[in-house]
Design a protein around this ligand. Structure first.
Ligand code: RIB
Ligand code: CA
Length: 338
């Protein structure tokens, strides 16, 4: 079982990524760290506390709150995409989690975990890289102890999603992204080039939610109506897909962050190319990522470009959405097949 830690800006696709990680026998999430991005960091932290409590009520992984703002830039959030609270933000307010975040700041926890489990942990970052850059600046030797660092970020041969050239995570904190791309660590970068080739249709989402009583027919009574995972996930995806439909005509949900988690579950799921990566920080180019492959000097970066779509779809539907909408699917995900 591979130890992992997730650094997230929980948002809607981060939430699905968290459910995938916590519903996959190949990995053991040791902790979750939060960073401002899709929503203010306090919202991301509340979302992670709520989701982990619902997913693993007996022993939820600790949640450590991280950076409330990028290293140098003003914080830019994405309420139009993820809702003001990060999980749809339209209908009423989210329930209050039973727990609080631990006192250790996220970047310190990243260092602690690397030193406690040298060479054993995969770090998956699905938000701006502010926490990782802070940890690297404070203790670069510790960050080199991560077995692998999977980063959802960047855009190379496709348009950006935050302006014409920038991907959101790199746009929010371009300085942090540049630090991590130049750190010469074992990094797998999962860019929009891969993640925008794939989406889960709204039709499939509604079909799964209906079968589990979370959409359509009068909702079935639930043991803890306010704290029902399916209700929270359906509300979040409803807002997220509505934005995609209005923004680009896509009747579905991009799964940027679950694809990054899938790469941590099974590295062979996404083939890549080695490259060096530079991140622009100013003006109209802010957040733009440029690559050179093969790299002039060893960079440690592999850009993941060629996913196994069928397996990815099976993982995200079979393990993440099926967990959020229980009873909606029969049979196992092919990755579970003996
Ligand atoms: O550009 C997509 C990325 O930015 C995803 O991680 C999404 O959650 C946002 O953080
Ligand atoms: Ca994210």
């Amino acid at each position: 079982m591979r130890k992992i830690i997730l650094d997230v800006d929980t948002g809607v696709d981060d939430a699905v990524a968290l459910i995938l990680a916590m519903n996959s026998p190949e990995v053991l999430p040791l902790a979750i760290t939060t960073v401002a991005g899709n929503a203010p960091v306090c919202e991301c932290t509340r979302n992670c506390l709520l989701l982990t409590e619902l997913l693993a009520p007996e022993c939820p992984p600790p949640v450590a709150e991280g950076a409330a703002a990028p290293l140098e830039k003003e914080l830019v959030t994405a309420p139009e995409v993820h809702g003001w609270d990060g999980l749809g933000g339209d209908i009423g307010s989210l329930p209050t989690p039973d727990r609080s975040a631990i006192a250790t700041p996220a970047h310190e926890l990243l260092i602690e975990i690397a030193r406690r489990h040298p060479g054993e942990v995969t770090l998956v970052a699905t938000g701006p890289l502010t926490n990782l850059a802070r940890a690297h600046e404070r203790d670069p030797e510790a960050m080199a102890l991560y077995e692998r660092i999977v980063v959802m970020g960047g855009a190379f041969g496709v348009p950006g999603n935050t302006g014409p050239v920038a991907e959101f995570n790199f746009y929010v904190d371009p300085e942090a992204a540049g630090i991590m791309m130049n750190a010469r660590l074992n990094v797998t970068l999962v860019p929009l080039d891969a993640t925008t080739e794939f989406s889960i249709s709204w039709k499939q989402i509604v079909d799964l939610a209906r079968k589990s009583g979370h959409a359509g027919q009068p909702a079935r009574p639930k043991p803890r109506p306010g704290k029902d995972l399916g209700d929270i996930v359906f509300r979040a995806l409803d807002h997220y897909v509505r934005f995609q439909r209005e923004e680009s005509g896509l009747h579905g949900a991009y799964m940027h962050d679950p694809i990054a988690v899938a790469s941590a579950l099974e590295p062979s799921l996404i083939e890549g190319v080695s490259a060096s990566v530079a991140v622009m920080t100013e003006g109209d180019d802010r957040g733009q990522s440029l690559c050179m492959s093969p790299p002039v000097t060893p960079s440690g970066i592999e850009i993941a470009l060629y996913p196994d779509w069928e397996m990815l779809h099976a993982l995200i539907v079979g393990r993440a959405l099926a967990r959020a909408f229980p009873g909606s699917l029969s049979g196992d995900c092919p990755l579970d097949a003996p």
